[in-house]
Every structure is written in C-alpha cells, then in structure tokens.
Design a binder for this molecule. Structure first.
Ligand code: ADP
Ligand code: MG
Length: 227
C-alpha cells in the first residue's frame, strides 16, 4: 500500500530576481512500512520537502497524497487535524512544550483531541524510549538525547501514517545519535511504522532501507539498500 505519493511537487519561494525553486517537480512514492532516508546537501530542499509532506506549508504546484488523500485540498482546520493525527514530526531541536511534563508532552496530540489514551501503547513506547522514570520531569530537566526521545514518543503515540524526522540527531553526540536512530529502527521494525528520515550525513542515511538523494530540489537517485 502506498502511504505517500507526490505528483509534480513544486515549491518556490519569493519572486522575480530572488525566486528560489526549492522543490522542482518531485514524483515519488513511499510504501507502508518503509524506512526511507532523504539525503542532500544543505539548501537542497530537504526541510522544504518535509514541510510539504507534513502539511506544515503548502506546495506552489503539484500534490501530496497521504493514504490516498490529497492534502493540498485541505483547509486550515483539516490540515491541523491531519498534522496531529497522521504525521509524527521530529525536529533537530525537539520542539517540546516547556510547561508540560514528559508524560503530557508525549500524550499531547491525543490530549488536544480529547482522545482516550491507549495505556498499553503508551507504556510500550515509554519502555522502548527508556523514559519510565522521567515521566514527571520537565523538558529543561532532561538531556538533549532524552528530550529527543520524548519527541519520538509524541511522534509515535497516534500511530501516524508516517513519521517525518528532519536531522533528528543533528544536535546530539555520537552515542545519543545512535540511540535515537536505534529507536527509529525499532519503531519501524516492531510497529511497522513508516519513516522518512532527513539527513545530510551519508552514514546516517545508511540506516534506512532505501535512500533518495536530492539536489537543487530534484531527485538525483532513489535506491533500495540490499543488506
Ligand atoms: P535543506 O533543508 O536541504 O537545507 P531547505 O529546504 O531549507 O534546504 O531550503 C531549500 C532552498 O530554499 C534553499 O535555497 C533555501 O535558501 C530556500 N528557502 C527555504 N526556506 C525559505 C523561505 N522561507 N524563504 C525563502 N527561501 C527559502
Ligand atoms: Mg533543512
């Protein structure tokens, strides 16, 4: 099943002499359960792509289908719900809510929706992330690696169609980076969670099962890794 599909996805910023084509007619699919790395140099359009796929910003031209729904047709309210329920966003700088403890940060998407929490799923995620004895702590009482694990928990709690991670280890040391990548891999293998990992680092991109390289907003190569 195709969980994600783009059709001539194009994004330009500015106009006239300052116009930048950040994404140039991208066409690609992601199947359910895939772990795809997107690699490209700084400025190649990676973050722009993630914003289009996650409904954070809108394409200039073209379409994004998530589970066969064209998100480019959604109004702002629909898009807000889509972001909360269907995508798990993980950023370089964690983006946690400083006034909420770890438990509430992880459960935030469900709390905002007034949804009943699946206790078993929550416990499993917390166990996998090794956050069991940090649930009542606040973000500023955690290390960078721990904060990113909370962000992963928040991204996974709704069992989203796709997890989008933009340089999630960019701010972490090697040991913590490995931990974060391991957790993404576990969620891919054990929960069949579809993941799109953005990085400029070739070594990190090798964690995926498939690598899409982009340059100047275009797909340069798209290869499945054989192990
Ligand atoms: P990456 O994440 O690969 O470093 P980005 O997607 O952030 O690349 O940027 C792609 C291109 O689009 C760059 O040339 C960047 O300068 C430009 N760009 C990104 N965001 C904006 C914006 N809000 N306004 C104007 N130009 C932008
Ligand atoms: Mg970027």
């Amino acid at each position: 099943m195709k969980i994600l599909r783009t059709e001539n996805l194009t994004k330009t910023y500015g106009k006239g002499a300052t116009k930048v084509t950040a994404l140039d007619n991208l066409n690609f699919n992601v199947n359910k359960g895939e772990f795809v790395s997107i690699i490209g140099a700084s400025g190649s359009g990676k973050s722009t792509l993630l914003h289009m796929l996650g409904g954070v910003d809108r394409p200039t031209k073209g379409k994004v289908f998530i589970e066969d729904v064209d998100i480019s047709l959604m109004n702002e309210t629909e898009l807000a719900l889509f972001r909360r329920r269907k995508v798990g966003l993980i950023y370089q700088f964690y983006n946690l809510i400083p006034t909420l403890n770890v438990k509430k940060n992880i459960l935030l998407p469900m709390l905002l929706d007034g949804k009943k929490v699946d206790r078993k799923h929550f416990d499993e995620i917390v166990k996998m992330l090794g956050l069991k004895n940090r649930l009542n702590h606040f973000p500023n009482e955690l290390s960078g690696g721990q904060q990113q694990r909370v962000a992963i928990g928040r991204a996974l709690i709704y069992r989203p169609a796709i997890v989008l991670a933009d340089e999630p280890t960019g701010n972490l040391d090697r040991k913590n980076s490995e931990g974060i990548l391991d957790m993404l891999k576990i969620s891919n293998k054990e929960y069949k969670q579809t993941i799109l990992l953005i990085t400029h680092d070739e070594k990190i991109s090798l964690q995926g099962d498939r690598i899409i390289a982009i340059e100047d907003g275009k797909i340069l190569s798209d290869e499945v890794i054989s192990r």
